[in-house]
Design a protein around this ligand. Structure first.
Ligand code: ADP
Ligand code: MG
Length: 682
């Protein structure tokens, strides 16, 4: 059957009902979706080596004939060891598989096999748990650079990879939307080629070119979208919000703390923007814990004081409800909450329709919600200020959507903890204005951070217990054990059980992971906030924005699996008051660079410095590492891709200079429209 971009996944060989369910869970329906499901890393099995020539520590593919196959139970009960011998003209090599008894049935002596994996010499020189391919069809799982994808359910890497390989020819249906002139001058592969190579590259160079090309596409499109929004914005007016100095002074006076100078300056910059008849477009950038919420609250207070409406968008339901409560305290007036599962005014749950009509009638003037709010029947045409919290996303589509209302456009305040240097921010965001909170609230003590080795863990847990006894609270964050456990249920459950059976028997604890419904998550977070729970074992769902000042210990299990940006975000969940806080990093394995990464966490609590360190330690061209972009907006581009960002910016400027309306570039126009269609306002 010919495979097209629009073909359903069921057209692919080997993709049955079960696999379809899993692929759908990963967001895929068509062959097009599958092709854009990109590997998150690769195994390099491209070195083909004679059986008699391998050395311990090598990662290789060996092709030969299976000469023997036996099995025996391992010392550990229930485990089975399968041993084989593979031979070619250079010699023989022993092969060992653990716990894969089905191989006894599928393999037999005399078979020609291609085996890929690491050579180990703990049990004599041998290939350990190699990937197997029948020699007749090599070239998908062995003997090359092979893609590793995130999995779910019962979907196996083998099946997904085979499906991907079968889908690959459909990539040729893509024509290039990036002008040929640019592709040529940059020496980029065609889009079709890049898409094929990012899955099954024939060499590292091909892979790198494919990645550069696709990163360029993302950033170039982003620049074009921005340019479009810029020109739309320049044609819009906004309602000026008069600056009432005595009101603002009283607001600041009423706060339970003194604002930092940086916070005062940011508020000042914002209220000045609000006074203009031109829509504000400001990014508030501040490290985790620098106090962005109160700055946003001051802006909201000014607008509400003028009798106008405010919308506050948060990235998750947990944050939406947290920020609603925070705003209510700071503003001293009822604030609405509108997410997929929660509809409230103040603390009172009300029917969704009632809430929406109260918002639209102007009875509820300030509403907090998730981005789902953009899709609801909320009328944005007389909202005067939109605040977008934890704007990791560039949100260019939202900016566009907010400009589509008839009449006046709202003022826009975006907030992010991503440490983007000013010059880079100007490159990516163009004409966005920037306020930076480069100062922590007074009295904050740096979070004491330590890498905790195996031998020190008992002592650490007893220190954790001490803190709980003194009334503090503790986060324990677990990594995803393997890509198939995307919800993190497994690790969270295991760790919680271990703690219950061991060091923290008596403390009240709860678990939080992706499988829980959002109202269950909400309940647990609320109980934690209210101090009913001492210890929360969680996945990275607590990564962004969660503000529970009484929690002062963050324990990160498998810390080496997280990037520095993420570790920094996680650590930012503690150290939010004047009590001393602790962050304990518990690596499962410690290699040279991971150790350096974790030690960097011990040495500084400054997000900018860590971002810089991350860049140094990763180095350029490290495409085999696990990407930790901190820009989840893009599949590939990261904050480190400054060169490609500049290039994309220059090329976009050049193109728009020659063809401002893009009339001669209909493919680009189509692409822009499609991006904007994804988010729209009623
Ligand atoms: P973030 O910038 O990470 O969003 P938040 O706005 O959540 O930080 O603030 C973190 C904590 O610090 C909150 O509990 C907040 O009430 C508190 N806070 C904010 N500003 C100050 C300040 N100037 N002095 C003392 N505490 C502050
Ligand atoms: Mg915040």
């Amino acid at each position: 059957m010919a495979i097209h971009l629009t073909s359903p996944l069921s057209d692919l060989p080997g993709i049955g009902q079960k696999a379809l369910v899993d692929l759908r869970a990963l967001g895929m329906r068509s062959v097009r979706d599958l092709l854009w499901y990109l590997p998150f890393r690769y195994d390099d099995f491209s070195r083909i080596c004679g059986a008699g020539q391998v050395k311990a520590g090598d990662t290789v593919t060996v092709m030969g004939t299976l000469q023997s196959l036996t099995s025996r139970p391992a010392k550990k009960r229930g485990l089975k060891i399968i041993e084989g011998m593979i031979a070619d003209e250079t010699g023989k090599l022993s092969v060992i598989w653990f716990n894969q008894s089905y191989l006894e049935k599928s393999l037999s002596v005399g078979m020609k096999l291609s085996l890929a994996g690491r050579v180990d010499n703990r049990m004599g020189l041998s290939l350990l748990n190699p990937v197997i391919e029948r020699s007749a069809h090599t070239g998908t799982h062995t003997g090359r650079i092979v893609p590793i994808y995130g999995l779910t359910g019962t979907l196996t890497m083998r099946r997904l990879r085979d499906g991907m390989k079968a889908a690959l020819p459909a990539a040729d249906e893509y024509s290039d939307w990036v002008p040929a002139k640019i592709i040529e001058s940059e020496g980029y592969p065609s889009l079709a080629q890049a898409l094929r190579d990012i899955h099954f590259p024939s060499s590292k160079q091909d892979l790198e070119s494919a990645i550069s090309r696709l990163k360029f596409d993302e950033l170039f499109l982003h620049q074009l979208l921005f340019a479009r929004v810029r020109s739309e914005r320049s044609q819009k007016s906004a309602l000026p919000i008069p600056f009432d100095e005595s009101f603002l002074k009283a607001f600041v006076q009423s706060l339970p703390f003194n604002l930092t100078i940086a916070q005062r300056k940011a508020i000042w910059e914002i209220v000045q923007d609000l006074e203009k008849d031109h829509p504000m477009n400001r990014l508030l950038e501040g490290d985790v814990g620098s106090g962005k919420t109160v700055v946003a609250a001051a802006a909201a207070a000014s607008v509400l004081h003028a009798g106008e409406r405010v919308v506050y968008l948060a990235p998750t339901e947990i944050l939406a409800s947290q920020q609603q409560a925070a705003l209510m305290r700071l503003l001293n007036e009822p604030v609405g909450l509108l997410t997929r599962t929660q509809h409230k005014v103040g603390m009172e749950p009300i029917a969704k329709e009632t809430l929406i009509s109260q918002i639209n009638m102007g009875q509820v003037k300030c509403v907090v919600g998730t981005h789902a709010l953009l899709q609801d029947q909320v009328n944005f045409s007389d909202v005067r200020l939109v605040i977008v919290d934890e704007q990791h996303r560039f949100g260019v589509e939202q900016r566009h959507a907010l400009l589509q209302t008839e009449g006046l456009a709202p003022h826009l305040l975006s907030m992010t903890a991503t440490p983007i240097p000013r010059s880079l921010a100007l490159t990516i965001y163009g004409d966005l204005d920037l306020s930076i909170l480069n100062q922590m609230p007074e009295g904050r003590k740096p979070v004491a951070t330590a890498v905790v080795l195996e031998s020190q863990r008992r002592g650490m847990w007893s220190h954790v217990h001490e803190q709980i006894k003194q009334g503090q609270q503790v986060f324990v964050v677990c990594p995803l054990i393997d890509p198939s456990d995307t919800l993190g249920v497994k690790s969270v459950t295991e760790v919680a059980k271990e703690l219950k059976n061991g060091p923290l028997k008596t403390v009240s604890s709860a678990t939080l992971h992706g499988r829980l419904k959002s109202d269950e998550k909400e309940k647990i977070i609320t109980a934690f906030r209210d101090g009913e729970i001492d210890l929360l074992v969680s996945t990275t769902v607590v990564e962004v924005g969660v503000d529970i000042p009484n929690a002062n210990v963050m324990v990160i299990i498998g810390a080496e699996r997280f990037g520095l940006a993420q570790l920094h975000q996680l650590r930012g969940r503690v150290g939010r008051s004047d009590i001393q806080s602790y962050c304990y990093l518990l690596p499962e394995q410690l290699s040279g660079t991971t150790e350096m990464r974790l030690r960097a966490m011990e040495q500084t609590t400054d997000g900018f410095k860590l971002a810089q360190k991350d860049l140094e330690l990763r180095g350029a061209g490290n495409v085999f590492g696990n990407a930790q972009s901190g820009f989840p907006d893009f599949q590939l581009a990261t904050i480190q891709d400054t060169d490609i960002m500049k290039k994309a910016r220059d090329k976009a400027d050049e193109l728009l200079g020659e063809d401002p309306s893009l009339k001669q570039h209909s493919l680009i126009l189509e692409k822009i429209d499609r991006s904007f269609e994804e988010v729209h306002l009623e």
